[in-house]
Design a protein. Structure first.
Length: 66
Protein backbone atom coordinates (compact mmCIF):
# COMPACT_ATOMS: atom_id res chain seq x y z
CA UNK A 1 0.00 0.00 0.00
CA UNK A 2 2.94 2.29 0.51
CA UNK A 3 3.53 2.32 -3.24
CA UNK A 4 0.08 3.77 -3.88
CA UNK A 5 0.79 6.74 -1.61
CA UNK A 6 4.17 7.24 -3.26
CA UNK A 7 2.19 7.82 -6.45
CA UNK A 8 -0.87 9.64 -5.05
CA UNK A 9 0.97 12.30 -3.04
CA UNK A 10 2.96 13.80 -5.94
CA UNK A 11 -0.04 13.42 -8.23
CA UNK A 12 -2.28 15.38 -5.85
CA UNK A 13 0.32 18.11 -5.38
CA UNK A 14 0.90 18.47 -9.12
CA UNK A 15 -2.86 18.69 -9.69
CA UNK A 16 -3.02 21.60 -7.23
CA UNK A 17 -0.07 23.32 -8.92
CA UNK A 18 -1.52 22.94 -12.42
CA UNK A 19 -4.94 24.19 -11.34
CA UNK A 20 -3.33 27.18 -9.63
CA UNK A 21 -1.28 27.99 -12.74
CA UNK A 22 -4.32 27.84 -15.03
CA UNK A 23 -6.33 29.98 -12.60
CA UNK A 24 -3.62 32.64 -12.41
CA UNK A 25 -3.25 32.63 -16.18
CA UNK A 26 -6.99 33.17 -16.62
CA UNK A 27 -6.90 35.99 -14.05
CA UNK A 28 -4.04 37.77 -15.79
CA UNK A 29 -5.81 37.57 -19.16
CA UNK A 30 -8.49 39.77 -17.68
CA UNK A 31 -11.92 40.59 -18.97
CA UNK A 32 -15.23 39.19 -17.77
CA UNK A 33 -14.54 35.77 -19.24
CA UNK A 34 -11.10 35.63 -17.64
CA UNK A 35 -12.49 36.61 -14.25
CA UNK A 36 -15.27 34.04 -14.44
CA UNK A 37 -12.92 31.27 -15.58
CA UNK A 38 -10.36 32.24 -12.94
CA UNK A 39 -13.01 32.09 -10.23
CA UNK A 40 -14.07 28.60 -11.34
CA UNK A 41 -10.46 27.42 -11.46
CA UNK A 42 -9.69 28.81 -8.03
CA UNK A 43 -12.70 26.96 -6.61
CA UNK A 44 -11.40 23.82 -8.29
CA UNK A 45 -8.00 24.52 -6.70
CA UNK A 46 -9.57 24.57 -3.25
CA UNK A 47 -11.16 21.19 -3.98
CA UNK A 48 -7.81 19.84 -5.21
CA UNK A 49 -6.12 21.11 -2.04
CA UNK A 50 -8.75 19.35 0.07
CA UNK A 51 -8.13 16.11 -1.79
CA UNK A 52 -4.35 16.53 -1.40
CA UNK A 53 -4.74 17.05 2.35
CA UNK A 54 -6.92 13.94 2.62
CA UNK A 55 -4.28 11.92 0.73
CA UNK A 56 -1.49 13.25 2.98
CA UNK A 57 -3.43 12.49 6.17
CA UNK A 58 -4.33 9.02 4.91
CA UNK A 59 -0.68 8.32 4.05
CA UNK A 60 0.45 9.51 7.47
CA UNK A 61 -2.20 7.41 9.21
CA UNK A 62 -1.37 4.31 7.14
CA UNK A 63 2.38 4.61 7.67
CA UNK A 64 2.10 5.30 11.40
CA UNK A 65 0.05 2.13 11.94
CA UNK A 66 3.02 -0.03 11.58
Amino acid sequence: MRDIFDLLIPLALVAVLITLAFGLHALWRGGDTGRSKSNQLMRLRVLMQFIAIIVLVAAYWWRSRG
